[in-house]
Design a protein around this ligand. Sequence first.
Ligand SMILES: *Cc1c(COP(=O)(O)O)cnc(C)c1O
Ligand SMILES: [Zn+2]
Length: 437
Amino acid sequence: MASRIRSLVCRECGTEIDVAATHVCDLCFGPLDVRYDYREVARRISREAIDRGPQSIWRYRDLLPVDLDASDDEGPVTLGEGFTPLVHAPQLGEELGLRNLYIKNDTMNPTNSFKDRVVSVATSWARRNGFDTIACASTGNLANAVAAYAARAGMPGYVFIPANLEAGKIAPTAVFKPTMVRIDGNYDDVNRLCSELADLVDWAFCNINIRPFYSEGSKTLTYETAEQLGWRLPDEIIIPIASGCQFVKHNKAARELIDLGLVSGDGARMPRLSGAQALGCSPVATAFQQGETHIVPVKPDTIAKSIAIGNPSDGSYVVQIARATGGVVDSVTEEEILEGIELLARTEGIFTETAGGVTVGVLAKLARSGRWRGDETVVAYVTGHGLKTAEVMTGRSTLADPIPPTVRAFHERFSQAVEERGPAITPVRGVTGGRRR
Ligand SMILES: *Cc1c(COP(=O)(O)O)cnc(C)c1O
Ligand SMILES: [Zn+2]
């Protein structure tokens, strides 16, 4: 059988090289992407074949860079990542004037963030290609996923994190017993150190030497969105930006779905791809707004730590793709991030971390600025769970003092609130404050 996975190709100069654990072009230092033989992919893939696949990212295996065909294959390293709910959001939509608004709820992944998609692909690729150690530079969620998938694969895991990471992200990573390397510095320092180490040790660093394979896992978010919309691409997608890696891959995923004929009718058009950043770390939004492509690095200062990358490697590609598809890149303040978290929770019952607050915050800001007529299909990618950054909500809701455990006390305190909210409690005889006819 011919191989589906053809080569690595430089995004800048187009040079093609054999598949290997490397991520930059030798000639121009451009980033490398996996290139498939799409005739071979087309021969295998169909809506029906996908439908028969597992309820995970691996239903799209024909568009992922891991060769699972060999008879001795032990299969992918999986915890059931992906195929997360695409939730119609009528109440949030009502507040924002959007009738066809959807939340792609990626908080529902095994370690509660979108990173499980990329790490499942990275770990599977590393195991098949002879690596025995898996590592990463992380702002938190990636460390969490690498720790879990290393455990699942039975491989040692090394996670490099900034020392000031949220407590909510430490314990759920430490429990998998990886080697945790805390660095005195921010994420950009951690990333620089790992780039140096990647040249010295024979490890698979998910987001460094094996980044071309790792990043392909992001595409599944867009494949799923199209499949769950009935094999249609939406009109616009709002995507949080850290390095910009997943944003670029959603562009590739949409193109693939169109070119392979998997989407049809109105749903076979390129969606507008729009990006969301926190104002405290918004180098991509700044470049977009100034009409630049070059990204000027910043020092991050925001509660949205999981997407606080001051020197985003794919930033300039994000700007180009946003422009080419008719999207925008915008940012929100710290207060707007918190309001975004509360807005999504109050209207649709979904609790997201600060990165999701950024996405919903930008969605709300764009909606209120009159960006949409109201009938467009808009999807917001909500990529991490609220329990990961729960401490930012401390003090946002005031708790009433406790009451004694008696019906009387409950009535005294709450009967007015209950009446205001409509249908009153059934009158209770002999209880002060009960309703009488
Ligand atoms: C990593 C991450 C992203 C996106 O990261 P990119 O580097 O831009 O691909 C978005 N949301 C969350 C919660 C993340 O952890
Ligand atoms: Zn090149």
